[in-house]
Design a protein around this ligand. Structure first.
Ligand code: MLT
Length: 261
């Protein structure tokens, strides 16, 4: 695990492989370790960079952040790593960051992959749900979080080892990081308008059984992007990269550019 001391604090990240750079942005309330199957499959062809969002994994300190600030942190990290442009893969909360990142730094993005995510802001019911969870984490810490979240993150009757991995990652999460990420997601602006003006090749992926960002919503998002492509990942829920890494990795390898700019 590497660390970069940036204006926002310490950002931890993995940086493996040689080739065109690919930045992987993780989901909530996880960290870079959710990308294990992608690090293994991609790093023979690509330089794969997987940072931890503020407060998660080894990125410190936990504290309030916005999607816009998360974009700035990644921009600074790419500067630090001397990466001029890269492909970006954001899953769920990672997509909530990847899309505004594209809007803010379009020249830095070669190909864009939005997985199990959405462009719109939270609706009232979703905001209320975030506030409720913030309160629960404030009162009880994170101990009930795995049982609350795993049924929504994974397909029904998930693979036991995948469920175990997700549980162990969630159990490591810092309660303050969880609360701040919930607030950042609750307050994120609508980025739907960005979809219409993306001119980097864009692929949208969705797990067949995604219960959080449903397949139809993800497909509609791809249809809004000029030339956007869509692939449904079978036998997978929301964390489609972990539940069906074979098809997820195939989709990435077929789509991402293998040559340097
Ligand atoms: C995620 O997987 O990043 C979150 O579940 C997304 C969300 O809660 O909106």
């Amino acid at each position: 695990m590497l660390k970069a001391d940036l204006q926002s604090g310490l950002v931890s990240y993995l940086d493996q492989g040689v080739g065109p750079a690919v930045l992987l942005i993780h989901a909530f309330p996880l960290d870079h370790t959710m990308w294990q199957p992608q690090m293994a499959a991609l790093s023979s062809k690509f330089r794969v960079i997987a940072p931890d969002t503020r407060g998660f994994g080894g990125s410190l300190p936990p504290g309030p952040w916005t999607m816009d600030q998360a974009c700035d942190v990644l921009n600074q990290l790419l500067d630090r790593l001397d990466v001029k442009a890269c492909s970006i893969v954001g899953l769920s909360m990672g997509g909530y960051i990847a899309l505004p990142f594209y809007a803010k730094f379009p020249l830095r993005v070669r190909h864009l992959v939005l997985a199990d995510t959405r462009a719109r802001a939270d609706n009232d019911a979703e905001r209320a749900g975030r506030n409720e969870l913030i309160e629960i984490v404030k009162q009880e810490g994170i101990h009930s979080l795995p049982d609350r979240m795993i049924p929504r993150l994974l397909q029904p009757s998930p693979d036991v080892s995948v469920a175990g991995l997700v549980r162990s990652i969630i159990e490591r999460a810092h309660p303050a990081a969880v609360r701040c990420a919930l607030a950042a997601m609750r307050d994120r602006p609508d980025a739907s308008g960005v979809l219409d003006r993306i001119d980097s090749p864009t692929l949208v992926l969705a797990g067949e059984h995604d219960a959080i960002t449903r397949v139809d919503e993800c497909r509609a998002m791809a249809e809004r992007v000029p030339g956007g492509r869509f692939i449904e990942i079978p036998y997978a829920g929301h964390l489609s990269n972990l539940e069906n890494p074979k098809d997820f990795n195939r989709a990435l390898i077929d789509f991402l550019p293998l040559t340097q700019d």
